[in-house]
Design a protein around this ligand. Structure first.
Ligand SMILES: Nc1nc2c(ncn2[C@@H]2O[C@H](COP(=O)(O)OP(=O)(O)OP(=O)(O)O)[C@@H](O)[C@H]2O)c(=O)[nH]1
Ligand SMILES: [Mg+2]
Length: 188
């Protein structure tokens, strides 16, 4: 499964997708381009391999991100609940994802929940945007790991399910097209 992580700079994308708590970095190390991380998720006893494409939030590096937006199964759009500007960018990241990966499962994530007293984006505001875009909304903290693994497992599960539906629709379309081709050839 291919999962792409989008969102503005400094919202916590790289720290969100780390495998172990002790890897959390209090220092900010900007992602340069796109980092590929391989992780496995256990879903109902099955170990699912996931390639996580952790993208830079820098506007100047968006052209690099765009190169990785084909054959994507799932897109996570992250913002920082204490940073309204990063929330305002969610719509732009959504448009990019929707345009470049129309069949991908998309979700919105409000990170840095541990900074709740300083939040500037309410849960309700974020949930409203997610409802409008028809995608799920999650909140978590990459620092305390609150809701991170639960959320990632759910995103992997839903992304996998969606791809199964997309694939079976494609198969049905191909089968119907082949039948029509066969009928046409037979009647010629
Ligand atoms: N308090 C708090 N700080 C966090 C959390 N997640 C990340 N940070 C901090 O936020 C800063 C940015 O985190 P990164 O994970 O590097 O952000 P990014 O979105 O990958 O940034 P770019 O790679 O530049 O796009 C770092 O200093 C982290 O320590 C969180 O859940 N809570
Ligand atoms: Mg990063």
């Amino acid at each position: 499964m291919k999962l792409v992580v989008l969102g503005d700079v400094h919202v916590g994308k790289s720290n969100l997708v780390i495998e172990h708590e002790h890897l959390f970095d209090y220092n900010y190390i900007a992602t340069n381009g796109v980092d590929l991380k391989e992780r496995r998720f256990n879903l109902g006893g099955e170990s699912i391999p996931v390639q996580i494409y952790d993208c830079s939030g820098q506007e100047a590096l968006k052209h690099i991100t765009c190169k990785y937006l084909s054959n994507v199964d799932s897109v996570m759009i992250v913002f920082d609940i204490t940073d309204m500007t990063s929330f305002h960018s969610v719509r732009n990241w959504y448009q990019l994802a929707h345009e470049k990966c129309p069949t991908a499962h998309i979700s919105i994530v409000g990170n840095k929940k541990d900074l709740n007293p300083h939040r500037t984006v309410t849960f309700k505001t974020a949930q409203c945007l997610a409802n409008e875009l028809g995608v799920p909304y999650y909140e978590c903290s990459a620092m305390t790991r609150n809701n991170v693994n639960e959320m990632l497992s759910e995103i992997v599960r839903d992304g996998t399910e969606k791809q199964k539906t997309v694939r079976s629709k494609k198969d049905a379309f191909t089968a119907v097209r082949d039948i029509f081709r066969f009928i046409k050839v037979s009647s010629d």
